[in-house]
Ligand binder design. Structure first.
Ligand SMILES: *Cc1c(COP(=O)(O)O)cnc(C)c1O
Length: 340
């Protein structure tokens, strides 16, 4: 038996692509598969997204793009983060598009998108010069599409005004939250990541937006034991049984991506909601049971109604960071790709 099982559902990726294309009303959808597709597996997700109707792949770095190029010889691939000088030639040879954040760094022979800073306060030019020949797109990035509608709409309108003289270029500003909430942000294409994975950009139940989670993570009770009143589990004795309490030990810990600050969240043990108690260790966590359960009883960490959004709330973070941290390498887990 493996320590844990990670299942990636490609049919769910296609379903989410469909939901996003519907919301975009005619604009193109570009699948953001940086950081190994937010921990889901870049090549698998990219293939499903392209098959489902996405028309380009977006990543953060040139090495990520080069790895995808091997599997997708014909796809449009766009690197959204800055390229190192020595990577520009590699990008050109591999027909990879780059994003530049200054008017005077446009490398010859590479298709580029110029990034405008309309209010993110990060990468991007503050003012647009007349774009050079290599420029195929104009883009910007929203700081608050999931939290502050007024600011997002102000950024969208700034982008519209600044790029109005260049409607012959591809204009793109929307991320997942904007694609789902702001029709005015659609322009020519939207760069969507989180929603592709069936995770809510708003931190709520993804079903509210018709999204279906792509990743399922499960393990099992490896040992079940009775703590007598006053006995504790784990480092620091942060959980002490007030009365006789059965606990289950699950062979997943923070080295697998089940973070220490997830103590107190709920998972499912054989179908029942159970609380994670005590300090999460590197390779194990404990759940509070209502009685003894058999060794091997399945534990759902994410999936079947256990939402990554709920874990993120407990940990005070966002689902992006949670799923990026899940280690699906063979040394830690068995990863399966299904298409049903
Ligand atoms: C990561 C990223 C996106 C995707 O954002 P989601 O919220 O995951 O949809 C879009 N644009 C840029 C520039 C990004 O870095």
């Amino acid at each position: 038996m493996h320590r844990s099982e990670i299942t990636i559902d490609l049919a769910a990726v296609r379903r989410n692509v469909h939901v996003l294309l519907d919301a975009l009303g005619g604009s193109r959808l570009w699948a953001v598969v940086k950081a190994n597709a937010y921990g889901h597996g870049a090549s698998d997700v990219a293939g499903a997204a392209l098959g489902g109707g996405a028309s380009a792949l977006c990543v953060a770095t040139v090495p990520e793009a080069l790895a995808l190029r091997r599997d997708f010889p014909a796809a449009r691939i766009i690197v959204m983060g800055p390229a190192l000088n020595r990577e520009v030639g590699q990008a050109r040879d591999a027909r990879i598009e780059l994003v530049v954040s200054s008017n005077d760094e446009i490398p010859p022979g590479v298709r580029v998108h110029v990034k405008l800073d309309t209010g993110m306060g990060r990468w991007g030019v503050s003012e647009l010069m007349s774009p050079a020949l290599e420029v195929v797109g104009l883009m910007s990035h929203l700081a608050t599409a999931d939290t502050d509608a007024a600011y997002a709409e102000w950024q969208i309108e700034r982008f519209r005004a600044a790029t109005a003289p260049y409607t012959h270029l591809e204009r793109h500003i929307a991320n997942s939250a904007a694609a789902l909430r702001y029709p005015s942000a659609a322009f020519d294409a939207a760069r969507c990541g989180i929603a592709l994975y069936g995770l809510s950009p708003f931190g709520t139940d993804p079903a509210e937006d018709g999204l279906r989670p792509v990743l399922r993570w499960s393990s099992h009770v490896a040992q079940s034991k009775l703590l007598r009143a006053g006995q504790s589990t784990g480092y620091g004795r942060s959980f002490v049984a007030e009365r006789d309490t059965w606990i289950g030990i699950v062979p997943v810990g923070y080295a697998d991506g089940f973070r220490r600050d997830l103590s107190g969240t709920t998972v499912r043990v054989g179908g029942d909601e159970r609380r994670v108690v005590g300090t999460i260790s590197m390779d194990a966590l404990a759940v509070e049971l209502e009685g003894q359960v058999a060794t091997g009883t399945p534990v759902t960490l994410i999936g079947s109604g256990v939402l990554a959004e709920q874990h993120a709330r407990v940990a005070g973070t966002i689902t992006y960071e949670l799923v990026c941290g899940i280690d699906s390498s063979p040394a830690r887990a068995r990863r399966t790709v299904v298409d049903a």
